[in-house]
Design a protein around this ligand. Structure first.
Ligand code: SF4
Length: 666
């Protein structure tokens, strides 16, 4: 007979934690009580009762047992309790060891928040389950507990509903409940609080059930997650039996069965699983050579499993171990590191960067490497991801330093004398190494990403920075390369893109990439420019024309004007002979008057074209500054001269008036 164990089965991290807290508490002086069963498994309860743990139903029961002067203490079980019970325990002066599973605590936090935000809270769970009772206490008993989809369908309509789940419920069922609540509220907030251990056990059980002829689910009938596991297996159609111990197994179940799968609820201890496994591997009464060898293999695989468990049970301080993130809160991360305990990474030990919440760095299900910092008295292991990441980063940086490789990093802060750079760890960049030359404002570099060279590496340095980086050398190299490329490719007559670096009274310095050249004010525009800042701004991208190159002196003459249309070009593009245009009289000579037609373009009205009578002096007809209408009578494109007439405008007007009069006579 082939026997297989589900990939995930037995104690979850929450139960392991409760188990450890109970074990360490019982080793302390005093009488210890558990309010209700520590976990939903009678065998575990008996185990602890034999060690002296007293089970009570309510706090008032404690007086019955307290016949000594020894200090009393209470262990809050993994299902958690209402805050009223914790307050009462405090008032009674009891020592409290809180073994509430952090995943259950998360549900408490969520319902508190939902209650504060006036949501109508719905808990998907079993109303009488202690976990649900505890959750109800945290929202002042204002929640509605629904046990199935039918309950969700008949739920009253509400404005805002917040949905959470008992951690051990069936996930598919939870989604159906959420779906049924959708039309019941204008706003529905859904928190999937089903724990990953439950989900993993359900998935592994389903998978295995599809591959075998018979499933054995080990656990206590009172355990919600065990019952869910049993239902999951039954739903696959495979023959399934729920057993508490190996003694419940009946021979007749296995007639005609060749493959058996085993799974176990989250509160089932390893030793019970092993007992069932042992019983099954020694079960087949008609063993032949093949089955004997199969059984030996199974023995071997269970032995391996046990060995692995033992190996991961007690990581020591300083060990680097692998774990799976099972819960992420703002201020801490819970990690399943195998063995009997789970680990906690506080916010400060999660990342080398400044973060506000653990959620910025990890998610549930992530596999991470952590360093064991210490064991807490409750069996929790304090872990650091930051130290592992730091060490890994330092190893790589040391290699880069030895090989002279470039590294990449982001400037994260300005400090006295320089900048701090995130290069996997925090490195120091002295102000004198930020760029070539003096840097006026270091803040300009913040949040920017650059390549760096490590100029100092001292892993053992306790004060100051272990790593000092420089960018100056790289910038110099980059500039030298750009300069070489510039002089190789530059030619007279080219149009180049540049950036205005600096504006001075006599022009502007333009960065052409590898060369910074002066654009003289006289080459800025065809018009007269009072100051370069009238047409340019620092940082602006512009196009410049390469007028001349002096390679010996490494000088390049630039022009912006050469790329602009001249006023004359603009004028002839838009005006033609016979057009009547306006202009301003700017100068009077004995032979006529000059009229400005555009800034930079003047035309002449010859004295003979000023009026249709004899003009002695032009100033008898026009005066400087006067705006007049004139007719273009000639355009000399070669000489760039415009001939104008004031007389013809007057004649045209008269002619038009006469024609209009004659038209009216007719
Ligand atoms: S089943 Fe999940 S929620 Fe419940 S105790 Fe275990 S880890 Fe915690």
């Amino acid at each position: 007979m082939e026997i297989s164990l589900a990939e995930y089965a037995g104690f979850c991290s929450g139960v392991k934690r409760a188990f450890n807290i109970a074990e360490t508490s019982l080793a302390e002086v005093g009488i210890w009580y558990s309010l209700g069963p520590l976990v939903h498994n009678d065998l575990v309860i008996n185990f602890f009762e034999n060690k002296g743990l007293l089970k009570i139903e309510k706090l008032a029961d404690i007086n019955r047992f307290n016949e000594t002067n020894e200090k009393n203490g209470i262990i809050i079980r993994s299902h958690g309790v209402s805050p009223d019970i914790i307050n009462s325990a405090n008032e009674l002066g009891l020592a409290i060891k809180d073994a509430t599973c952090p995943l259950v605590k998360r549900v408490h936090d969520i319902v508190v928040e939902l209650d504060n935000d006036n949501y109508d809270i719905v808990i998907f769970g079993d109303a009488n389950h202690p976990e649900v009772q505890g959750i109800l206490g945290w929202c002042k008993n204002k929640a509605t507990v629904i046990e199935n989809v039918e309950g969700a369908k008949s739920h009253a309509k509400r404005k805002k509903i917040g949905l959470v789940s008992q951690t051990t419920k069936d996930e598919a069922e939870f989604y159906k409940v959420a779906q049924s609540l959708l039309p019941k509220a204008k706003e529905l907030r859904v928190f999937n609080t089903i724990c990953i251990a439950t989900r993993q056990r359900q998935e592994a059980a389903r998978k295995l059930a599809k591959e075998v002829d018979l499933m054995l689910v080990i656990g206590d009938k009172k355990s919600s997650n065990t019952t869910t596991l049993y239902n999951e297996c039954v739903n696959t159609g495979v023959k399934t039996f729920l057993i508490q111990t190996a003694s419940n197994i009946e021979d007749r179940w296995f007639e005609g069965v060749s493959k058996v799968g085993i799974t176990a609820g989250a509160s089932t201890p390893d030793w019970i699983i092993k007992e069932v496994f042992d019983r099954m591997t020694g079960y087949d009464g008609n063993q032949n050579e093949e089955t004997t060898s199969q059984l030996a293999n199974n023995e071997e695989s269970f032995a391996k499993l046990e060995a692995e468990m033992a190996e991961t049970e007690s990581p020591s301080r300083g060990d680097i171990i692998k774990g799976t993130v099972i819960q992420v809160l703002d201020d801490e991360v819970m990690v399943d590191v195998g063995g009997k305990s789970e680990g906690i990474i506080p916010l400060r030990e999660l990342s080398v960067n400044d973060i506000n919440s653990c959620k910025e760095v990890v998610s549930v299900g992530d596999e991470i490497e952590v360093l064991v910092l210490k064991w807490d008295s409750d069996g929790t292991i304090l872990l650091s991801k930051k130290k592992v990441d730091t060490n890994r980063a330092l190893d790589k940086l040391e290699e880069d330093f030895n090989q002279g490789s470039l590294i990449n990093g982001t400037i994260i802060d300005v400090v006295k004398g320089g900048l701090l750079v995130d290069v996997g760890v925090v490195a120091f960049l002295p102000a004198s190494h930020v760029d070539v030359g003096y840097v006026k404002n270091l803040e300009d570099y913040k949040d920017k990403n650059f390549d760096f060279k490590i100029i100092e590496f001292n892993r053992n340095k306790r004060r100051g920075s272990q790593i000092v980086v420089s960018r100056k050398e790289l910038v110099e190299e980059e500039k030298a390369q750009l300069k070489e490329e510039f002089w190789q490719n530059i030619e007279e007559g080219q149009t180049r893109q540049g950036k205005v670096k600096r504006i001075v009274d006599y022009g502007a310095f333009i960065d052409l990439g590898g060369y910074e050249g002066l654009l003289h004010v006289s080459e800025l525009d065809h018009r007269r420019i009072n100051h370069p800042s009238d047409v340019l701004a620092e940082g602006e991208d512009i196009e410049v024309y390469i007028l001349a190159i002096d390679r010996e002196q490494e000088r390049v003459s630039l022009s912006r004007k050469a790329l602009l249309k001249s006023p004359w070009e603009n004028f002839i593009e838009n005006n033609h002979e016979e057009d009547i245009i306006t202009g301003t009289v700017v100068r009077i000579a004995p032979f006529g008057a000059f009229v400005e037609l555009l800034p930079g373009v003047d035309g002449l009205i010859h004295i003979s074209q000023l009026a249709n009578f004899h003009v002695e002096k032009p100033e008898d007809v026009v005066s400087i500054g006067e705006e007049i209408s004139i007719k273009i009578i000639s355009l000399d494109l070669e000489e760039k001269k415009v001939g104008l007439s004031l007389k013809q405008v007057a004649e045209d007007v008269t002619e038009n008036e006469v024609q209009e009069y004659l038209d009216n006579q007719e």
